[in-house]
Design a protein around this ligand. Sequence first.
Ligand code: DX5
Ligand code: ZN
Length: 219
Amino acid sequence: MAQLSPILAPSILASDHANLAAGVGAVKALGLQWVHIDIMDGHFVPNLTFGPGVVKALRGTSELFFDVHLMLDNPQLYVEPFAQAGASQISIHVEPEYDIQGTLRRIRDLGCQNGIVLNPDTPVEAVFPFLSEVDLVLVMTVQPGFGGQSFREDTLPKLAALDGRRQSGGLEFRLEVDGGIDLDTAPRCRVVGADTFVVGTAFFSSSDRPSFAAAIGNL
Ligand code: DX5
Ligand code: ZN
């Protein structure tokens, strides 16, 4: 099966939080389609970010594809508020104890695409039961919670394993990476199957964003 074309999803976690709409606007101005929005609850990860109200406000300024990454202990309680706020896709972690399959289905019922996420220390097998009913698998390439961390090399075999399952099973989910992604690490993820690249620090701190976006687009 041919590789899916690459998508760059800039993470507004690394943009100016006093002007998030400008961060989203900068993504749009480059002709990109996706924006990654990190939602943290201070429990599942030791940081706090945005609630549904922020997503709704941004939706009022933009029609881009909002790739919403929930880092929450109880994501099942929040998929509806984020869907109503204008999420295009909602990704939920495999680590907390809750009805994962039911929540993935609920996300689709709410009219959004769904995704399953695993942390760097979570065995890849943990997401295998869900592969036939997700639009995206997100492999965290850092421990989630903060931008600006170094890429974890030990996540590369997980990408290869997921890409193998995708091909052997005739599945169509996107394979996304998030954390420490830049112009060195993105190609290394691409060769083992990644097609969707979340980039925070390296994108928003780039002095030449058009070239950065073109480089990812040409992977
Ligand atoms: C980390 C978040 C990431 C973060 C990536 O917990 O899930 O989306 O924005 O940031 P960088 O690209 O700076 O590692
Ligand atoms: Zn993220």
